[in-house]
Each structure stands twice: as C-alpha cells, then as structure tokens.
Design a protein around this ligand. Structure first.
Ligand code: C5P
Ligand code: ZN
Length: 450
C-alpha cells in the first residue's frame, strides 16, 4: 500500500483526535450505497474513540446543504465519497475539513485547513481500486487498528459503486484479503437472487436485469412451471439441479441480449459474506434503495446492525425496485433519443434516472454509446443529468466525468464524476445547447482513440 496515503491518513487521524472528546464530529457523505457505507464506517469509528457524531447524507455536489453547514459553525467536517469536486466551496466554510474521495479531483492543492485524501492522488484508480467507503476504512483503521471489523461494511460500499467489475483490485483487494484471513468475511460462489420466494426474487431482479423476465409475472410463472418449481418455493429450498437449470436459463437470457463478458462474469461469481449473514452486494443494494428512495437515515441505521431496521428496509427496497422496473420498461419501449455520440431519455427523478441508465446500459441497450438521463426540474430552473458508460467504452477513451465538467462549466452549470458514471446540473433553458456540446465532446473523445 502507498506509504503516502497512510501518512496522510495519520495526519487526518491526528487532526481528528486533536478535537476535545466533548465535541461532536460532523460527517457529510453521499446518499448512495458507497456514501452510506462510508458514513457508517466513520460514525462507528469516531464513536468508538468516544466522540458523538452528526451525519448527513447529501447529493454530490452538495448545494442545498451549504447554508446549513455554514450556519452550524463546525470546527471539523469529514466529507466522504464527495468533496474533491468542491474544494473551493469547502474552503469557504471556514472550518477544518478531511475529504475522503475517489471521484475525479479538481486540484491537488488545498488550503492548510483541508486535508484531501483522494484515491487518484495517491496512485490508486478511483474507479476500481478504492471507493469512498474504502478510504473511510483506511482512516478508521489508522485511528484504531481494532476497526478492521468494519471491512465488510467498507467493501459493501465498494461493490455498491461497482468497483469489483473485472475483479477485485487495489486497496479493495488488500482489505478483502485481510478481512478473509481474519474471518470477517467468508466466501461462496453464487448468483445474486434474493427475495421471499423464487418468483419474488426473479420479479425484482433489476441488476442483473433479465429482459423479458424481470418485472414480468406471467413470464416468471411460465418459466417456473416448465422447471416444475412452485412459485412460493424459497431460493434456499430449490433442489440443486433446479437451481442449476434456473441459473443456466438466466445466463442464457443475458447472453441473448448481448451482455458484455465482464457483466456476465459478475452474475455467478465469488461472493463475500459478512458475519451478520449478508452478502456484500445484497447489502449494498439495500443501502442504495434506502438512500435513493427517500429513506437516507434508515440506510445509515442499517450500518449499525442491530437487525431491527432490516424489515423496514426490505419494504423500501421493493417499492424502489418497482420504480426501477417502470423506468426500464419506458426505456425498452421507445423512450430513447439518439445522436451520433450518445443516447438519452427523460426521467422524473434524477437519482432514479441514473440508476435506470446504468442498468439499461448493461442489460438492455447495445454497448456502443453512453446513456444519459435528464430530469427537468422547472421549479428550480434546473436540469439534472446523469450518465453511464461501460468498461469497453472507457477503454476506448470515454471520460464522462470530464465531458460533464467541461460542458456544464461552459454553460454556467457544474458537473463531474468518474469516467464511467458522472452527472451535471445545468440551467433549465440550456438543455439543448448542453446536449449539443456533450455530443461534440463525446465524438472528439472517440476520434482521439481511433
Ligand atoms: O448523480 P449521479 O448518480 O448520476 O452521479 C454519478 C456520479 O457522478 C456520482 O458518483 C456523483 O457523485 C458524481 N457527480 C459529480 N458531480 C456532479 C454530479 C455527479 O461528481 N455535478
Ligand atoms: Zn463512491
């Protein structure tokens, strides 16, 4: 592991510990699975050292939260899974800050009040080697090596950001190997199917999304009849040969729609189970559903693991998955516009739009162009943009984070993110110009690689 990152984590830990124990540590994190896990890791770590904490899960970038943070007169704020895109804003808060981020950064230079721990600044690839939760884990274990039991939570965050596609790498790999050695995670090879019954598990399977089967009760009943499986049978009760038949059929469905090999490889694979009994990706799905379906606090309380919130979270998740299924249906049934460099569709909700775009990119549309979701918010005079690519396009030169940053900045908006997944906010009546600019940038990115 890079000495530099450990060194800066030590500085950050010293800064934190220089706060009197009577102070309340402010944690601001992103509201997706990685951000919630990151906040969970940090809140547990600071409370174990004896601090109280106050955590808020926000959108990245935070705009509406700014006044609130400014008015709170914090002495120290820890930003996780966000911050590197808003150094100036954070500096203007006038307090000390620790940033734990893996998104593309704007500048390596910060004022002495701000410690920026961005994976990309320390030789790690922020897309795959380390997530916001991974970096939070690094700070937590620097504070106290005893926090290594938080590895499953941290790695759930990394899977939530799809960092394991193509294999576990970088810091994630190191943390995973140590957690396995110490018994904080066990391994099994399986497909991702969960739910009260087999029929339920298939119906609500959105990632992987099985075109023609997910969300389609009639098709599921026909399939289960053919397999001679009662639709109320639990997944764990399926006889081995039935499970094998079902898995083969599901893989066949994915191959039929031309799913990329790295996505197929993610379907049946080694999975890692926490002592609490949850598999990493399954837990990340639950956190993501809470965060993006209006129950951010419930997501964070799941990280505190007394089991009492699990049932509530399952209900939130079902509702959320139905919304995703509805969004995917719209995309499948002609809701897509296409230009030379990109495809796009409209969505009522920006966060849901981003999720639908990611799933549609991997399981519904062909791999050739990135997919954008636009959410028009006329009352706020804004359009929220979310975009998703795939590994093949990134290998060929696609950089959505930089495209969003450049196009949005030229039109007085703001944008950024990763090469494979990014977002932007622009003024309402600049949508057409924005789409034209992004299209040009994407065409240029493609030309550069030819
Ligand atoms: O909002 P959405 O989920 O589509 O964002 C995709 C990624 O881009 C997220 O990791 C988000 O934090 C990042 N992003 C950003 N700057 C923006 C919008 C999104 O860094 N203005
Ligand atoms: Zn993240």
């Amino acid at each position: 592991m890079g000495e530099d990152i450990l060194h800066i984590c030590k500085n950050a830990a010293s800064l934190l510990l220089s706060m009197p124990r009577s102070s309340r540590i402010r944690v601001v994190s992103h509201y997706d699975a990685d951000g919630i896990s990151a906040a969970g890791v940090l809140c547990k770590a600071v409370s174990r050292v004896g601090y109280n904490f106050h955590a808020t899960l926000m959108r990245n970038p935070f705009t509406k939260g700014f006044d609130r943070l400014k008015n709170e007169k914090n002495k120290l704020i820890i930003f996780s899974d966000m911050g590197s895109g808003q150094i100036e804003t954070i500096e203007s808060l006038g307090c000390k800050a620790i940033i734990l981020d893996h998104h593309q950064y704007l500048t390596a230079q910060t004022s002495k009040e701000v410690i920026q721990i961005n994976a990309n600044l320390f030789g790690f690839d922020g897309n795959y080697d380390a997530s916001g939760a991974t970096l939070s884990f690094l700070l937590a274990t620097t504070l106290d090596p005893g926090n290594e039991d938080l590895a499953p939570l941290a790695l759930a965050g990394a899977t939530g950001d799809k960092q394991f596609i193509g294999g576990v790498r970088g810091l994630n790999k190191k943390i995973l190997e140590e957690a396995m050695q110490k018994g904080f995670l066990t391994e099994e090879t399986s497909i991702k199917l969960y739910g009260e019954t087999t029929a339920d598990a298939l119906f609500y399977s959105v990632d992987p999304y099985y075109p023609g089967l997910s969300g389609n009760q009639a098709a599921i009943e026909t399939l289960l009849e053919k397999l001679q499986v009662e639709h109320s049978t639990k997944i764990q009760e399926l006889p081995k040969e039935k499970l094998t038949q079902l898995q083969s059929y599901l893989i066949f469905l994915l191959m039929k729609v031309g799913c990329q090999q790295n996505i197929l490889d993610m379907t049946i694979r080694k999975r890692f189970i926490a002592p609490q009994g949850w598999e990493l990706e399954r837990f990340a799905d639950l956190l993501d559903a809470c965060g993006k379906n209006g129950r951010r606090g419930l997501g964070l309380s799941l990280c505190f693991d007394d089991g009492s919130t699990w049932k509530d979270a399952l209900m939130v998740e079902k509702d959320y998955k139905q919304k995703i299924l509805n969004g995917l249906k719209d995309v499948e049934h002609g809701g897509i516009h296409e230009t030379e460099g990109m495809r796009y569709f409209y969505s009522d909700s920006s966060s849901l739009g981003g999720v639908v775009a990611g799933i549609a990119m991997n399981y519904v549309l062909d791999e050739k162009k990135p997919l954008f979701s636009l959410a028009r918010k006329q009352v706020d005079d804004e359009v929220h943009v979310s975009c998703r690519g795939n590994q093949k396009l990134v290998a060929e030169g696609l950089d959505l984070g930089s495209a969003m940053k450049t196009a949005a900045a030229e039109l007085g908006g703001y944008g950024g993110g990763h090469k494979i997944a990014a977002g932007a906010t622009i003024v309402y009546d600049k949508e057409k110009e924005f789409l034209q600019k992004v299209n040009e940038i994407l065409i240029q990115q493609r030309k550069r690689r030819v």
